[in-house]
Design a protein around this ligand. Structure first.
Ligand code: R5P
Length: 261
Protein backbone atom coordinates (compact mmCIF):
# COMPACT_ATOMS: atom_id res chain seq x y z
CA UNK A 1 0.00 0.00 0.00
CA UNK A 2 1.27 3.48 -0.85
CA UNK A 3 2.43 5.72 2.02
CA UNK A 4 -0.41 8.21 1.54
CA UNK A 5 -3.19 5.66 1.85
CA UNK A 6 -1.45 3.87 4.72
CA UNK A 7 -1.09 7.21 6.49
CA UNK A 8 -4.78 8.06 6.02
CA UNK A 9 -5.85 4.62 7.20
CA UNK A 10 -3.66 4.94 10.29
CA UNK A 11 -5.64 8.05 11.20
CA UNK A 12 -9.03 6.34 11.01
CA UNK A 13 -8.09 2.86 12.27
CA UNK A 14 -6.03 3.20 15.43
CA UNK A 15 -2.98 1.11 16.38
CA UNK A 16 -5.08 -1.38 18.35
CA UNK A 17 -6.96 -2.13 15.10
CA UNK A 18 -10.18 -0.51 16.36
CA UNK A 19 -12.05 2.67 15.53
CA UNK A 20 -14.80 4.98 16.77
CA UNK A 21 -16.45 7.22 14.17
CA UNK A 22 -19.02 9.84 15.13
CA UNK A 23 -21.72 9.94 12.43
CA UNK A 24 -23.30 13.38 11.95
CA UNK A 25 -24.18 13.23 8.26
CA UNK A 26 -27.91 12.63 8.74
CA UNK A 27 -28.98 16.07 7.48
CA UNK A 28 -27.86 15.24 3.95
CA UNK A 29 -31.20 13.51 3.33
CA UNK A 30 -33.22 14.18 6.53
CA UNK A 31 -32.72 17.93 6.92
CA UNK A 32 -32.57 19.27 10.49
CA UNK A 33 -32.57 16.30 12.82
CA UNK A 34 -33.44 16.41 16.51
CA UNK A 35 -30.30 17.29 18.54
CA UNK A 36 -28.36 17.80 15.31
CA UNK A 37 -29.78 21.19 14.36
CA UNK A 38 -26.27 22.64 14.73
CA UNK A 39 -23.72 19.95 13.96
CA UNK A 40 -20.76 22.03 15.12
CA UNK A 41 -22.27 22.62 18.56
CA UNK A 42 -23.20 18.96 18.93
CA UNK A 43 -19.86 17.66 17.67
CA UNK A 44 -17.23 19.72 19.44
CA UNK A 45 -17.82 18.40 23.01
CA UNK A 46 -17.63 14.83 21.70
CA UNK A 47 -14.50 14.98 19.59
CA UNK A 48 -12.13 14.11 22.44
CA UNK A 49 -13.68 10.62 22.58
CA UNK A 50 -13.84 9.69 18.90
CA UNK A 51 -11.35 8.81 16.17
CA UNK A 52 -13.10 10.48 13.22
CA UNK A 53 -16.10 12.64 12.35
CA UNK A 54 -18.43 11.67 9.47
CA UNK A 55 -20.05 14.75 7.87
CA UNK A 56 -20.95 16.31 4.53
CA UNK A 57 -18.88 19.09 2.96
CA UNK A 58 -21.52 21.75 3.60
CA UNK A 59 -21.50 21.12 7.34
CA UNK A 60 -17.73 20.73 7.39
CA UNK A 61 -17.15 24.13 5.80
CA UNK A 62 -19.85 25.99 7.72
CA UNK A 63 -19.75 24.49 11.22
CA UNK A 64 -16.51 22.64 11.89
CA UNK A 65 -13.37 24.68 12.65
CA UNK A 66 -10.48 23.76 10.33
CA UNK A 67 -8.19 23.68 13.37
CA UNK A 68 -9.66 20.46 14.79
CA UNK A 69 -7.31 17.51 15.00
CA UNK A 70 -10.03 14.88 14.51
CA UNK A 71 -9.80 13.20 11.08
CA UNK A 72 -12.73 13.76 8.74
CA UNK A 73 -14.64 11.10 6.83
CA UNK A 74 -16.58 12.94 4.16
CA UNK A 75 -20.07 11.89 3.07
CA UNK A 76 -19.97 12.09 -0.74
CA UNK A 77 -23.24 10.52 -1.87
CA UNK A 78 -26.68 12.12 -1.94
CA UNK A 79 -29.35 13.53 -4.18
CA UNK A 80 -32.43 12.22 -2.32
CA UNK A 81 -34.57 13.34 0.63
CA UNK A 82 -37.01 11.90 3.15
CA UNK A 83 -39.83 13.72 1.39
CA UNK A 84 -38.81 12.62 -2.09
CA UNK A 85 -39.18 9.29 -3.85
CA UNK A 86 -36.77 6.41 -3.57
CA UNK A 87 -33.92 6.99 -1.08
CA UNK A 88 -31.74 4.58 -3.03
CA UNK A 89 -31.56 6.91 -6.06
CA UNK A 90 -28.28 8.52 -4.95
CA UNK A 91 -25.40 9.87 -6.97
CA UNK A 92 -21.89 11.08 -6.18
CA UNK A 93 -22.09 14.67 -4.91
CA UNK A 94 -18.44 15.60 -4.49
CA UNK A 95 -15.51 15.75 -6.88
CA UNK A 96 -12.09 14.28 -6.20
CA UNK A 97 -10.68 17.84 -6.22
CA UNK A 98 -13.00 18.75 -3.34
CA UNK A 99 -12.01 15.68 -1.34
CA UNK A 100 -8.35 16.61 -1.70
CA UNK A 101 -8.99 20.31 -1.01
CA UNK A 102 -10.80 19.40 2.20
CA UNK A 103 -7.88 17.21 3.27
CA UNK A 104 -10.14 14.36 4.34
CA UNK A 105 -8.85 11.09 5.75
CA UNK A 106 -11.52 8.92 4.11
CA UNK A 107 -14.83 9.22 2.29
CA UNK A 108 -18.20 7.54 2.74
CA UNK A 109 -20.86 6.56 0.21
CA UNK A 110 -24.13 4.66 0.63
CA UNK A 111 -24.72 1.50 -1.36
CA UNK A 112 -28.28 0.19 -1.70
CA UNK A 113 -27.99 -3.51 -2.51
CA UNK A 114 -31.35 -5.04 -3.46
CA UNK A 115 -32.98 -1.69 -4.21
CA UNK A 116 -34.41 -0.41 -7.48
CA UNK A 117 -31.21 1.60 -7.98
CA UNK A 118 -28.82 -1.17 -6.94
CA UNK A 119 -26.93 -1.08 -10.25
CA UNK A 120 -26.25 2.69 -10.16
CA UNK A 121 -25.45 2.54 -6.49
CA UNK A 122 -22.80 -0.18 -6.82
CA UNK A 123 -21.31 1.55 -9.85
CA UNK A 124 -21.16 4.81 -7.86
CA UNK A 125 -18.99 2.99 -5.34
CA UNK A 126 -16.82 1.55 -8.13
CA UNK A 127 -16.43 5.01 -9.67
CA UNK A 128 -15.38 6.51 -6.35
CA UNK A 129 -12.83 3.79 -5.71
CA UNK A 130 -11.43 4.45 -9.21
CA UNK A 131 -11.11 8.18 -8.41
CA UNK A 132 -9.75 7.75 -4.90
CA UNK A 133 -7.22 4.93 -5.21
CA UNK A 134 -4.69 6.97 -7.26
CA UNK A 135 -4.69 9.59 -4.46
CA UNK A 136 -4.67 7.10 -1.59
CA UNK A 137 -8.07 8.03 -0.16
CA UNK A 138 -9.82 5.10 1.57
CA UNK A 139 -13.50 4.60 0.76
CA UNK A 140 -16.03 3.52 3.42
CA UNK A 141 -19.11 1.91 1.86
CA UNK A 142 -22.29 2.35 3.89
CA UNK A 143 -24.64 -0.60 3.43
CA UNK A 144 -27.85 1.41 3.42
CA UNK A 145 -31.27 -0.07 4.06
CA UNK A 146 -33.31 3.08 3.40
CA UNK A 147 -36.72 2.75 5.04
CA UNK A 148 -36.61 -1.05 4.93
CA UNK A 149 -35.47 -1.82 8.46
CA UNK A 150 -36.28 -5.53 8.03
CA UNK A 151 -33.14 -5.75 5.88
CA UNK A 152 -31.11 -5.57 9.08
CA UNK A 153 -30.50 -9.31 9.18
CA UNK A 154 -27.38 -11.39 8.62
CA UNK A 155 -28.13 -12.90 5.21
CA UNK A 156 -28.86 -9.57 3.54
CA UNK A 157 -26.11 -7.62 5.33
CA UNK A 158 -23.49 -10.31 4.59
CA UNK A 159 -24.34 -10.06 0.88
CA UNK A 160 -24.30 -6.25 0.89
CA UNK A 161 -20.99 -6.08 2.78
CA UNK A 162 -19.32 -8.63 0.54
CA UNK A 163 -20.42 -6.81 -2.61
CA UNK A 164 -19.09 -3.50 -1.25
CA UNK A 165 -15.75 -5.11 -0.41
CA UNK A 166 -15.48 -6.83 -3.79
CA UNK A 167 -16.24 -3.51 -5.50
CA UNK A 168 -13.23 -1.99 -3.75
CA UNK A 169 -14.29 -0.40 -0.45
CA UNK A 170 -11.52 -0.23 2.15
CA UNK A 171 -13.99 -0.36 5.05
CA UNK A 172 -17.68 -1.32 5.14
CA UNK A 173 -20.27 0.13 7.49
CA UNK A 174 -23.22 -2.09 8.31
CA UNK A 175 -25.64 -2.82 11.15
CA UNK A 176 -25.36 -5.12 14.12
CA UNK A 177 -27.77 -8.05 13.81
CA UNK A 178 -28.27 -11.60 15.12
CA UNK A 179 -25.50 -13.92 13.88
CA UNK A 180 -23.35 -10.90 13.15
CA UNK A 181 -20.22 -13.06 12.93
CA UNK A 182 -21.52 -14.38 9.58
CA UNK A 183 -21.52 -10.82 8.24
CA UNK A 184 -17.99 -10.10 9.45
CA UNK A 185 -16.51 -13.44 8.35
CA UNK A 186 -17.86 -13.04 4.81
CA UNK A 187 -16.36 -9.58 4.38
CA UNK A 188 -12.68 -9.44 3.40
CA UNK A 189 -12.21 -5.84 4.61
CA UNK A 190 -12.84 -4.34 8.08
CA UNK A 191 -16.46 -3.83 9.13
CA UNK A 192 -17.86 -1.13 11.41
CA UNK A 193 -21.40 -0.97 12.77
CA UNK A 194 -23.97 1.83 12.87
CA UNK A 195 -26.69 2.20 15.41
CA UNK A 196 -29.91 3.23 13.71
CA UNK A 197 -32.71 4.94 15.67
CA UNK A 198 -32.15 5.66 19.35
CA UNK A 199 -32.69 2.58 21.50
CA UNK A 200 -35.12 2.41 24.46
CA UNK A 201 -32.40 2.20 27.08
CA UNK A 202 -28.76 3.17 27.37
CA UNK A 203 -27.41 -0.25 28.28
CA UNK A 204 -28.73 -1.67 25.00
CA UNK A 205 -26.43 0.55 22.92
CA UNK A 206 -23.37 -0.39 24.91
CA UNK A 207 -24.35 -4.04 24.66
CA UNK A 208 -24.83 -4.15 20.88
CA UNK A 209 -21.55 -2.33 20.30
CA UNK A 210 -19.82 -4.87 22.55
CA UNK A 211 -21.48 -7.80 20.79
CA UNK A 212 -20.64 -6.34 17.37
CA UNK A 213 -16.97 -6.14 18.28
CA UNK A 214 -17.06 -9.65 19.75
CA UNK A 215 -18.63 -10.74 16.45
CA UNK A 216 -15.81 -9.28 14.35
CA UNK A 217 -16.52 -5.56 13.82
CA UNK A 218 -13.48 -3.32 14.34
CA UNK A 219 -15.57 -0.47 15.70
CA UNK A 220 -18.53 1.80 15.08
CA UNK A 221 -19.84 4.62 12.95
CA UNK A 222 -22.50 5.73 15.38
CA UNK A 223 -24.78 8.73 15.49
CA UNK A 224 -28.21 9.03 17.10
CA UNK A 225 -27.47 6.73 20.02
CA UNK A 226 -24.76 9.16 21.06
CA UNK A 227 -25.97 12.67 20.28
CA UNK A 228 -29.64 11.97 21.04
CA UNK A 229 -28.65 10.53 24.41
CA UNK A 230 -29.44 12.78 27.40
CA UNK A 231 -25.74 12.67 28.28
CA UNK A 232 -23.86 12.41 24.97
CA UNK A 233 -20.39 12.86 26.49
CA UNK A 234 -21.04 10.10 28.99
CA UNK A 235 -22.22 7.75 26.26
CA UNK A 236 -19.28 8.59 24.00
CA UNK A 237 -16.87 7.95 26.87
CA UNK A 238 -18.55 4.62 27.70
CA UNK A 239 -18.47 3.45 24.09
CA UNK A 240 -14.84 4.44 23.77
CA UNK A 241 -14.10 2.17 26.73
CA UNK A 242 -15.73 -0.77 24.90
CA UNK A 243 -13.93 -0.04 21.63
CA UNK A 244 -10.44 0.86 22.84
CA UNK A 245 -10.20 -0.41 26.42
CA UNK A 246 -11.95 -3.75 25.92
CA UNK A 247 -14.53 -2.99 28.63
CA UNK A 248 -17.44 -5.39 28.88
CA UNK A 249 -20.97 -3.91 28.89
CA UNK A 250 -21.19 -3.84 32.68
CA UNK A 251 -17.87 -2.01 33.07
CA UNK A 252 -18.78 0.42 30.28
CA UNK A 253 -22.17 1.12 31.81
CA UNK A 254 -20.38 2.03 35.03
CA UNK A 255 -18.31 4.50 33.02
CA UNK A 256 -21.57 5.97 31.70
CA UNK A 257 -23.20 6.18 35.12
CA UNK A 258 -20.20 7.66 36.88
CA UNK A 259 -19.37 10.25 34.17
CA UNK A 260 -19.47 13.88 35.41
CA UNK A 261 -23.07 15.25 35.53
C1 R5P B 1 -27.20 7.70 7.75
O1 R5P B 1 -27.72 8.77 7.87
C2 R5P B 1 -25.79 7.55 7.86
O2 R5P B 1 -25.19 6.59 7.10
C3 R5P B 1 -25.29 7.46 9.29
O3 R5P B 1 -23.98 7.86 9.25
C4 R5P B 1 -25.35 6.07 9.91
O4 R5P B 1 -26.63 5.51 9.79
C5 R5P B 1 -24.92 6.07 11.38
O5 R5P B 1 -25.78 6.81 12.18
P1 R5P B 1 -26.82 6.12 13.20
O6 R5P B 1 -26.01 5.44 14.25
O7 R5P B 1 -27.61 7.28 13.73
O8 R5P B 1 -27.65 5.15 12.41
Amino acid sequence: MDWGKANRISKVIKQDGNCFYLAMDHGYFQGPTSKLENVGKAALPLLEFVDALFVSRGVLRSQIPPTIETPIILRVSGGTSMSGGDLSHEGITTSIDEMLRLNVSAIGISVFVGSEYEHDSILNLAQLVNWCEPYGIPVMAVTAVGREMEKREARYLAMACRICAETGASVVKTYYCENFDKVAIGCPVPVVIAGGPKTENDFEVIEFVYKGIQGGAIGVNLGRNIWQNERPRAMACALRSVIHERHNPKQAFEVYESFER
